[in-house]
Design a protein around this ligand. Structure first.
Ligand code: ASP
Length: 347
């Protein structure tokens, strides 16, 4: 692998680059110059940094599949020119973006590290500087054989490097905003970096990276709760465009044993909708055969999402739906790990 000693920093927006609106007082995204002015340390970094900024920068609540496609294009067009990529992104939807990108870059051999902050970079107690500086360093860390130390889409936040498609925003107030509850951290950044190499993906460095831009967002997230109303569920499942459902079930993948619910879910799977079963618990696996209340779901044609996050399941469905028309093929791929997003138990 040819090293370039260069990192591309993509600024999409988010709190890290925000300032207060003088009239409302609410935080709004400012352009990259504002951010760079607050980080004089940039000049001390030995890695060359080029920047690319979204115009206008956005609050990540406005992130979309179209913008994910734009990010993929920006990186794919410049893939050979950089050792790694850092994406500055709002924290609110960062886990969705990280999940989507992990599927959109097939056989990724370079680091793509998303980061942001809980306090704007212009504020004294900001967490933005450390998150930004460490992400740049992580994106340019290579092994002796010249291959990237972390050739995957990651989130770096508050000292932890996490697999992107395993991450979830866990806290809106504290600096430790993210965790990956079903997967160990890839690196701890304390005084030194402690990489957990056995947890990091190992792509084939001789194969080319293949970007996939298309996404099909005819997907919904459907959360079960006691008191679910039949007619409302029926309306949602009858939507003609609907192709995929991420169903957030109870515990290890259980649902209320109401005949109407099983009937509606079966009808949906029979008309080609892919229903993926994800637990509402933040940690643990779906195991539909453990309880009778889960076994019925299996019989209705519902696919296990194993220990996937909701963010990863949604992004994976969008990616697969754009690539395949046949729902059985999509179901098969949902049960496979494409980018380390699920743990498949040994049988
Ligand atoms: N609302 C902000 C965003 O996601 C929050 C943040 O960046 O922390 O863009």
């Amino acid at each position: 692998m040819k090293r370039t000693n260069k990192v591309l920093l993509i600024y999409t927006g988010g709190t890290i680059g925000m300032g207060s609106n003088p009239i409302t007082g609410a935080l709004e995204p400012l352009d990259f110059n504002h951010l760079a002015d607050n980080v004089p340390e940039f000049k001390q970094i030995t890695t060359d940094i080029d920047t690319y900024q979204f115009v206008p920068p956005i609050d990540s609540s406005n992130m979309s599949p179209k913008l994910w496609g734009d990010i993929v294009t920006i990186i794919a067009d410049r893939y050979d020119r950089y050792d790694g990529f850092v994406i500055l992104h709002g924290t609110d939807t960062m886990a969705y973006t990280a999940s989507a990108l992990s599927f959109m870059f097939e056989n990724l051999t370079k680091p793509i590290i998303l980061t942001g902050s809980q306090l704007p970079i212009g504020q004294l107690r900001t967490d933005g500087k450390e998150n930004l500086m460490t992400s740049i360093e992580l994106a340019s860390t290579y092994k002796d054989d010249g291959t990237a130390m972390v050739p995957e889409v990651c989130i770096y936040f508050n000292g932890h490097l996490l697999r992107g498609n395993r991450s979830t925003k866990q806290n809106a107030d504290e600096f430790n905003a993210f965790d990956s509850f079903n997967y160990p951290h890839l690196c701890e950044a304390g005084v030194n970096f402690t990489f957990h190499e056995h947890n990091i993906l190992k792509p084939d460095f001789n194969k080319p990276m293949i970007p996939h831009i298309g996404l099909d967002n005819n997907v919904i997230i459907f959360s079960l709760f006691p008191g679910l109303e039949e007619h409302l569920v029926e309306h949602v499942l009858d939507a003609p465009e609907l192709r995929g459902i991420v169903m957030r079930s109870f515990g290890s993948g259980n649902a209320p044993q109401m005949p109407w619910l099983m009937k509606l879910l079966k009808k949906a799977t029979e008309r080609g909708i892919v229903v993926v079963n994800i637990s509402q618990c933040i940690s643990g696996q779906v195991e539909m055969s453990r309880y009778d209340a889960g076994y019925h779901l299996k019989e209705a044609g519902i696919v296990t999402g194993y220990d996937s996050t909701v963010e990863a399941a949604v992004a994976k469905l969008m990616h697969l739906q754009a690539r395949y028309k046949d729902s059985d093929i999509i179901r098969q791929y949902m049960k496979k790990s494409l980018a380390g997003e699920i743990t498949i138990p040994r049988t």
